[in-house]
Design a protein around this ligand. Structure first.
Ligand code: ATP
Ligand code: MG
Length: 276
């Protein structure tokens, strides 16, 4: 080992810890033998515990495919996914232990209309057999975290879109996963609500220390949220480039007016135009 190589900074030590999510040569084909669709090319990616990573790329490039494979909803055609050092898929079967560490949030909140907000948030705990008093207490703590206290007995239709997404985040966190996977979570919201939800997501991330992956088409959303942006090229999706975002936290929406912010947005926009 060279002299330089033997000197390890604290940052390198941190980087040496095993990643909470590890993708090794993961790829995905859909369709039949006659009409195969290559959705995702061989992908390698390590995500450290506590990181906020954004997957950014054009429509149809395989973002949802990648997120669903990490979330245990879709088996990879090839390759291996490890969650907290546990293999997620073995012979096309997902492994329960790894899945227990993952929570998911989609573009639509997907709340059950016949359950109250509190019942929706607590549903995963009910399905796991957690006693009523305990799941109510947990649901209330989480509703407090996402700031929808007071809406426990309301029905989903009585909440705004942003509040429904808050409830969906609380539900995804209910059983205590370390990882939150979010597929265009604010894509259906109006621009102002979306901005404020991104501020809220940053706060929730800072308060909980979760590892979060967010999928988006929005360059400015990616730059506002991310520690690291993984830019995907069109189908078959592959990692085009990785961009570290170093604006101090907590970031206020005003950061978007800074020259550095706009310059990174521009770089990414050009990069996307080139790969598209
Ligand atoms: N079940 C399926 N069967 C066949 N092809 C599929 C299936 N699901 C997705 N695809 C194809 O795989 C590719 C990647 O799809 P995916 O939904 O992952 O893209 P995406 O990046 O999430 O797109 P968007 O930004 O529009 O949500 C697309 O070309 C899509 O048409
Ligand atoms: Mg998608």
């Amino acid at each position: 080992m060279s002299l330089a190589g033997s000197m390890t900074s604290p940052a390198q030590l941190e980087g040496a810890a095993s990643p909470i999510i590890k993708l090794s040569a993961v790829s995905k084909w859909y369709g039949t033998r006659d009409r195969p669709v290559h959705a995702l090319a061989e992908t390698n990616l390590d995500i450290a515990a506590g990181e906020l990573v954004v997957l950014l790329g054009p429509s149809g490039c395989g973002k949802t495919t990648l997120l669903r494979m990490i979330g245990g909803l879709l088996d990879p055609t090839q390759g291996r996914i490890d969650i907290s050092d546990k293999e997620l898929w073995k012979n096309g079967e997902r492994q329960g232990e790894a899945v227990a560490n993952l929570g998911m949030v989609f573009q639509d909140a997907n709340l059950f209309p016949w359950l109250t907000i509190e019942e929706n948030v607590a549903l995963p705990l009910k399905l796991r057999g957690v006693p009523k008093a305990e799941r109510q207490a947990r649901a209330r703590d989480l509703m407090d975290l996402v700031k929808i206290t007071g809406f426990e007995r309301r029905w989903p239709k009585e909440l705004s879109g942003g509040m429904r997404q808050r409830a969906a985040i609380a539900r995804a966190l209910s059983y205590g996963p370390d990882i939150l996977l979010m597929d265009e979570p604010f894509g259906a919201l109006d621009a102002m609500t979306r901005d404020s939800m991104n501020v809220e997501l940053q706060r929730i991330w800072q308060e909980t220390g979760k590892t979060i992956i967010v999928v988006t088409h929005s360059i400015s959303e990616a730059v506002f949220l991310a520690d690291r942006i993984v830019l995907l090229s069109p189908r078959p999706g592959r990692i085009d480039s990785i961009h570290h975002v170093t604006f101090p936290r907590p970031r206020a929406l005003d950061v978007q007016t800074s020259l550095e912010f706009q310059s990174l947005v521009k770089t990414l926009r050009h990069r996307l135009a080139e790969v598209e």
